[in-house]
Design a protein around this ligand. Sequence first.
Ligand SMILES: Nc1nc2c(ncn2[C@@H]2O[C@H](COP(=O)(O)OP(=O)(O)OP(=O)(O)O)[C@@H](O)[C@H]2O)c(=O)[nH]1
Length: 244
Amino acid sequence: MAESGSSAGFSGSQTGSLTGSGLPPPRTRIFKIIVIGDSGVGKTCLTYHFCAGKFPEKTEATIGVDFRERLVEIDGEKIKIQLWDTAGQERFRKSMVQHYYRNVHAVVFVYDITNAASFRSLPAWIEECRQHALGSEVPRILVGNKCDLRDSVQVWTDVAQQFADAHSMPLFETSAKNPNGPGDSNHGNSDHVEAIFMTVAHKLKSQKPLVLSQPPGALGATVSLSRGRDDGADGARSWACSSC
Ligand SMILES: Nc1nc2c(ncn2[C@@H]2O[C@H](COP(=O)(O)OP(=O)(O)OP(=O)(O)O)[C@@H](O)[C@H]2O)c(=O)[nH]1
């Protein structure tokens, strides 16, 4: 699938008309969150559930990357959560990997609680992040999926929790299929898949806001904003993050 090109932190253009207050209309911040893990752990189902509110009837192995977006409101601010559902199969991700990690705001690692191999692969996924120079300021969370299949569990919560603690990540166990049902650690509360991605979005929103370092005279240009990581691929990008 073609890259959306919107790896920037904001959508919209600075060239839009002014509001009644004489200020440009507020732009929508975009949080780019990549979802990674072995093939078949449920990345497509989790991202689909968050964006479409249901479990997909059928899925096929992701090739390259699929994008899903959802507009949410947090503390009165409209924010676009852009989920990058990445291919778990090596042969389907090779050519795309550098795009996944470009200007990423957060990472969600997924394993399947009924598949120990998917849990054992996590260090390799963490290593891939390291190789793409993801800084420690980029929040990461760990999600154990398919909790509706409790009878087939191979990865117990205490083992997963130890791993999460060792890597300073919060752990969530859920089911993309039945996020409110028995087996989901959020049973009895609201939709847990929803809560997971909203937790990430809240965390990102609470981080120091991105700040413009615009060159003099550039007002009115159409710009994009990154979180201080620039791989040099976009020469026009001249924004920086005050917190980086
Ligand atoms: N029982 C159960 N099945 C699930 C759950 N999530 C996903 N599945 C099933 O697991 C299979 C793989 O799901 P996908 O979402 O396509 O997996 P993926 O991680 O995106 O796989 P790749 O695209 O190959 O990387 C599908 O048959 C889904 O129906 C879940 O929470 N519970």
